[in-house]
Every structure is written in C-alpha cells, then in structure tokens.
Ligand binder design. Structure first.
Ligand SMILES: [Fe+2]
Ligand SMILES: [Fe+2]
Length: 140
C-alpha cells in the first residue's frame, strides 16, 4: 500500500509540475485557464495521496528528478516538449498512462470503499483532461 501511495503521489506531483510549466510558456488566455485548472485539480490529487501517506506514517518522497526524466520514466521513453501541440500530445499520453494506473489501483483497492471512491473521482478528472487536450489538438 505504501508503495502504491508513493507511486501515485509521484505521478500526480509530476502532472502538477508538467502543467505548471505550461503556464509560463503559453500565451493563449483560454489555454492558460485550462492548464491553471488542471494544475489545481492535480494538486488536489497529490494532496490526497500525501495525506494518505501521513495517515500511515509514511514520509512524502522528495521529487528531485527533472521534468523530462520524469516524463520518460512514466512513459518509458525519452520525450521532448515544444509548442502547444506537442505539449497536449504528451499530456494526453501522460493522462492515458495515469488512467491505466488508476484502473489497476481501483481493482486492487475495491474493498476499501472510501479509497475506491476517491480513485474513481480522480480517474474521471484524468479522463476529462485527456479529452480536453485531445479536443484542443483536433481544433488547432
Ligand atoms: Fe491527477
Ligand atoms: Fe490529469
């Protein structure tokens, strides 16, 4: 359990960092709003896992790896990010990976109704994020 919580804390912290990085590079106001909203939601996810770790007295892992290394670690390949199009493409890949991870965790956590409920909520958020970015790419 403590391994799972760490893994998801790491995943969510990375998403926060990834979307936050877009806030300084993008100019489109609506796009910025979307990313600011995603930062807020991903922060909420990360906070939940941090709190769960605190409950079982597990220390929050420190995140020191660079953004690109983290993306590579999550997606299993080296990645480069330039422009809104690529940002969204990588964002979609990250969200899809997150959705896969949530599906697996939900099955494992099924007996814990409270945890299951939260994981489903978060997975829905990730699905919305992926759909928004996919839609953004298609309308560029
Ligand atoms: Fe998330
Ligand atoms: Fe997300």
């Amino acid at each position: 359990m403590s391994f799972k919580l760490k893994e998801f804390y790491f995943l969510e912290k990375f998403q926060v960092q990834y979307y936050e990085a877009q806030l300084s590079s993008a100019k489109d106001e609506y796009y910025l709003k979307a990313f600011a909203k995603m930062v807020k939601i991903e922060s909420g996810h990360a906070d939940y896992f941090a709190q769960k770790m605190a409950e079982i007295k597990v220390e929050n892992p420190k995140i020191t790896t660079s953004l690109f290394k983290m993306a590579g670690r999550i997606l299993g390949e080296s990645v480069e990010i330039t422009g809104a199009d690529n940002t969204c493409k990588l964002g979609v890949a990250l969200e899809k990976k997150a959705i896969e991870m949530y599906q697996e965790f939900i099955m494992k956590a099924w007996a814990d109704e409270d945890l299951r409920d939260n994981l489903m909520e978060f997975m829905l958020d990730e699905e919305f994020h992926a759909l928004w970015m996919e839609n953004y790419i298609n309308n560029m």
